[in-house]
Design a protein around this ligand. Sequence first.
Ligand code: GLY
Length: 309
Amino acid sequence: MVNSTIIVHGGAGDWPKSKQAVGLSGVRQAATQGFRLLRQGQSSIQAVEAAVMEMEDNPVFNAGSGSTLNLAGYVEADAGIMDGKTRRGAGVALLRRTKNPISLARLVMEKTDHALLAGKSAERLGEAFGLPKANLKLPERAYQWKQAKRRLAKGVLDNFSRNLKLIRSKGQTIVGDTVGALAIDQNGNLAAADSTGGVSLKLPGRIGDSPILGAGLYADNRIGAATATGIGEIAMRLVVSKLACDAMQSLTAQQAASQTINMVTKLAGRGLGIVTLDRKGRYGVAHNTPHLCWASLTKNRGLVSQIHL
Ligand code: GLY
């Protein structure tokens, strides 16, 4: 029997001091929730879904009910899930009113033949299966959005420089963070899940890495599981989660995570974090952002958590 392990993260980026305690408490709670299921003998898929749901329902995280707003001031949330045993996985994108995008991703993976569904049609599928709806636009995010727009107007925001030029010539900032979870259950099955509101002030219609298998997440029992956080465009262009998994063919989870982030820094610059989990239940964490808020729980090591500097 394998030693069940879960690792969750609450996003790479710049975690202000005022939010660090609540972020850490949130990832510890999510890891505990997922691990409880693993301890009961449930699957890694159950565990990662439950952990991500916990973070989607916690407004400190940029996912589900805490999603940041796009340039037009509304939520377009993305999520993805992948089963390392079957290598089936699916993503959902551009969701405006599904309370837990991760559950809709699981539904697409398990009940359809597709790997990516977006927008209203995806949400209608969720409704047909009775998934709860919610207003994902929280007053605190609306307030942050107004402030970011003001900074943008003053020219203080410099992420996504081409968008900035576009916005200036036609008529916003990027705080890239996401939540994610990886788990291995007692049968050695790996799973990965992630969920995000995406980068704030993104153009309407923009889809990030989180619902894209290989980019935002990947799981394969033969090698390992990985999930990325940060600027999705980098994760998609470099297919970082698949790269990190492939690296685990010969490296430990930590070596694979570090190698992947070193490569990202070299090829694309800063703005990304990754967590990894190998077939032996060893995890890795690396990022080239100021912080990455994460927690892991396993019987041997107990609960470990950090806002990595
Ligand atoms: N990693 C989240 C996003 O870029 O959408």
